[in-house]
Design a protein around this ligand. Structure first.
Ligand code: CDP
Length: 228
């Protein structure tokens, strides 16, 4: 494996990217990055500042201001904003518009490159990691599942949510993410595509870890029982 190993995990909402990426990051000792957090954080900050997510100039101004005042990894920092604030319906609606702005995408791509350059091996989830951000990633996965199954999973994760509303959001974001001009969501030609619709999480992780082992990645040793 090269000095900087990158595993890209792309796919639509609630296809299992986060759970599987976290599991693999633990198994193979990889740094983990959730790139969607950067897009959601910008959408959240825009709404909080009264900026329209389709105001491209104001949105590029917003990211510059944030980066002037904070470290370069601030948009990925899981302690900056709570998940419950980033996963409201308003943020989910705004984020699709934010994610269409080419200048913002290039800025976030540079931030991801910067983040990965400080880590020997990482697993990064998103929509464009294997296609645009790291087209030469050593391993690429594209996880997918039918919209109804993904909405069922998201509905289960979000207590108080209404299934029909979650499904409508999943379908709308699928459409917006796949049809946008800048870095549309699609599997990289050399990605391992896994349809998780009828697969339990453990099986998906087993399939992905097998791909990693076949590519030469070494699993972390687990110590069980008393120390010897
Ligand atoms: O968790 P979920 O898959 O629902 O979404 P997310 O990863 O938090 O991403 C939220 C939104 O950010 C997506 O619907 C995309 O519009 C955008 N996004 C993107 O365009 N490119 C990425 N690499 C990651 C997210």
């Amino acid at each position: 494996m090269n000095q900087h190993t990158v595993i890209a995990v792309d796919g639509p909402a609630a296809a299992g990217k986060t759970s599987t990426s976290r599991a693999l990051s633990d198994m193979f000792t990889l740094s983990y990055l959730e790139s969607g957090r950067a897009y959601r954080t910008l959408a959240y900050e825009a709404l909080a500042a009264g900026i329209r997510p389709d105001d491209r100039a104001a949105m590029t101004g917003l990211i510059s201001t944030i980066l002037q005042k904070n470290q370069s990894d601030t948009l990925f920092d899981p302690t900056r904003l709570r998940d419950s604030d980033l996963r409201t319906l308003d943020v989910s609606k705004a984020v699709s518009t934010v994610a269409k702005i080419p200048d913002l995408r290039s800025a976030i791509t540079s931030l991801i490159h910067e983040w990965a350059s400080h880590r020997p091996a990482s697993i990064i989830e998103g929509r464009d990691i294997g296609t645009i951000v790291f087209p030469r990633a050593q391993i690429k996965f594209f996880l997918t599942a039918c919209a109804e199954e993904r909405a069922t999973r998201r509905h289960r994760q979000e207590p108080g949510s209404v299934y029909e509303t979650v499904l409508a959001d999943v379908v709308r974001r699928d459409h917006e993410d796949t049809s946008r001009e800048a870095s549309p969501l699609r599997p990289a030609a050399d990605s391992v595509v896994i349809d998780t619709s009828s697969l339990p999480l453990g099986q998906v992780i087993a399939m992905m870890s097998e791909v990693c082992r076949s590519a030469g990645m070494i699993e972390k040793r687990h110590t069980t029982g008393a120390a010897r």
